[in-house]
Design a protein around this ligand. Structure first.
Ligand SMILES: O=C(NC/C=C/[C@H]1O[C@@H](Sc2ccncc2)[C@H](O)[C@@H]1O)c1cc([N+](=O)[O-])cc(O)c1O
Ligand SMILES: [Mg+2]
Length: 214
């Protein structure tokens, strides 16, 4: 039977990356996506911007929406302080199964809690299920039409505090126009655009960093 792209991506990690070395996992995926098959990871160029934001925030609690194969999960987890927690939500069980193995190969499973399900269902349960009061950093990289409703839901559920950072992938390509309009016009956010390129291509894309002002 034919393998899937996520299965081939996992194979490339197990073949080329060193167990327990998250940066080698990131490098192996980027090499696979540049040389063999494009995949919708945030990628190396936007990944450097992600790294700088994570390092600046030095978050104790991170929420990632859209795990896919776990590339950004591993990239973020590799920069977290010892007792920090990253909760990542993934809707597709096949992607989740691959991501769990990528996360395990990188050796960052102690910092990561992968939850299978939809963000709309799980965001309201974050506090009761995981004891998280607020998130220091949220990385949005799931269905583009869910960025805005899920941001409003996080506000409603009190999961954002003064200074919480939202970092959104793909605000240009594929684009998240309603989200961008919201965070750029709302008096409750201070927004900044980091111009870059769509992963592994020359097409423009970028990350939008928005600080919740409370
Ligand atoms: O479509 C894109 N991303 C959607 C990602 C979706 C991921 O999140 C869940 S959905 C979910 C997860 C959690 N809760 C609710 C839904 C899907 O199972 C997938 O793993 C995308 C597309 C391009 N592109 O060039 O076409 C480039 C990118 O960087 C992208 O991120
Ligand atoms: Mg993306």
């Amino acid at each position: 039977t034919q393998s899937t792209r996520p299965q081939r991506l996992l194979g490339a990690v197990q073949k080329n990356a060193t167990r327990g070395d998250p940066r080698s996992v990131v490098q192996a995926i980027d090499q696979f996506c540049r040389q063999k098959e494009w995949a919708m990871n945030v990628g190396d160029e936007k990944g450097c911007i992600l790294d700088s934001v994570v390092s600046e925030v030095n978050p104790a609690t991170v929420l990632e929406l859209g795990t896919y194969c776990g590339y950004s999960t591993v990239r973020i987890a590799s920069l977290l302080p010892p007792h920090a927690k990253l909760i990542t939500l993934e809707f597709n069980p096949d992607f989740a199964a691959i991501a769990r193995q990528v996360i395990a190969w990188a050796g960052v499973e102690d910092k990561v809690h992968l939850v299978e399900g939809a963000s709309g269902d799980w965001i309201p349960k974050m506090t009761e299920q995981f004891g998280v009061k607020t998130f220091d950093l949220v990385f949005l990289d799931h269905w583009k039409d869910r960025y805005l409703p899920d941001t409003m839901l996080m506000e409603e559920c009190g999961l954002l505090r003064k200074g919480s950072i939202l970092l959104a992938d793909n605000v240009i390509c594929p684009g998240t126009p309603d989200y961008l309009e919201y965070v750029r016009s709302s008096l409750r956010y201070e927004s900044q655009y980091f111009k870059s390129h769509l992963e592994y291509t020359k097409v423009e894309d970028g990350l939008e960093k928005s600080v919740f002002l409370g």
